[in-house]
Design a protein. Sequence first.
Length: 49
Amino acid sequence: MTNEEYRKSRGTDKPFSASEEQVKETWNASVRKEKYQYRKPNASPEAKP
């Protein structure tokens, strides 16, 4: 089975197409799932005034 045949069998032989709204919604959903922890870097003891 060639790569092209495999992609057709999976239905992924067509180029990606999505509207701007769909792209934003997908991105926002993935960001919400991740729940990144934003932390300030630990200051070294010598850096304190």
